[in-house]
Design a protein around this ligand. Structure first.
Ligand SMILES: [Zn+2]
Length: 234
């Protein structure tokens, strides 16, 4: 139950300090956009974000459900829609040392430092609340002659091993899987990688409910199924 209490507290978190807005059906603006970086090398293929870039050894929905945190794409929870895949180990060895890999060539466009893991780099705000260490990578790719973009988001990282604006390569190690959550002295979660794939330039810490996305259709305008997308773009 402590988990549910924790998430309900997070509902009070308001996203601040970003550079754009989207509006909900009531016309309310939510600060959520970050700048798009132009003229990047094109990603030529995508892999899964965990070593060895395949799903071998990692659970898939619905088996991926762990504790309170359901792990299918677009799961409805009391704190809103969870639009992500949570990567847990098949064999339950989640507390081991597991690398996070960039899913494709791209550029690091947003980083949030967990207040406990990186007290010297934490920005003093609440962007790490619930998320811990966050990395967001923009990927440009071409499909049928059209330039497209997706953004991969990696959450609860134990370490962050890239810097803002770094150009990263497919399968480059960018951090380690962990359980950071922006709350000093708590370890509610089993180590896992919360992984999102967005089709909009939302800030790393955007959460559907917090930015006014309340239905599957609204979420699907900004997010896509991580596993399905990667399988279609190997
Ligand atoms: Zn998650």
């Amino acid at each position: 139950m402590q988990f549910k209490f924790k998430r309900s507290v997070l509902l009070a978190v308001i996203l601040v300090g970003q550079t754009g807005c989207i509006s909900d059906s009531n016309g309310t603006d939510y600060p959520s956009y970050i700048s798009i970086v132009e003229n990047n090398p094109l990603a030529t293929g995508f892999d899964f974000p965990i070593s060895p870039g395949e799903m071998d050894g990692w659970k898939e929905p619905p088996e991926a459900s762990e504790s309170w945190d359901e792990s299918s794409y677009l799961v409805h929870r009391e704190d809103g829609i969870h639009a992500a895949i949570d990567f847990f180990r098949d064999d339950g060895t989640n507390e081991g040392d597991y690398e996070i890999w960039a899913i494709a060539d791209g550029v690091v466009v947003d980083i949030v430092y967990d207040r406990e893991a990186y007290p010297d780099r934490h920005d003093g705000g609440n962007r790490d609340s619930g998320w811990g260490n966050l990395i967001l990578v923009q990927h440009d790719y071409e499909e049928n002659g059209i330039l497209k973009r997706v953004w991969s988001q990696y959450a609860h990282c134990q370490t962050i091993e890239v810097e803002l604006n770094d150009v990263v390569q497919r399968n480059q190690r960018i951090g380690m899987i962990g359980n950071t959550d922006g709350v000093v002295g708590t370890e509610y979660w089993t180590d896992h990688l919360h992984f999102e794939l967005r089709t909009s330039n939302l800030s790393a810490d955007a959460w559907p409910e917090s930015i006014g996305l309340k239905t599957d259709a609204q979420v699907a305008e900004h997010y896509t199924h991580p596993l399905a997308f990667i399988r279609a773009h190997r």
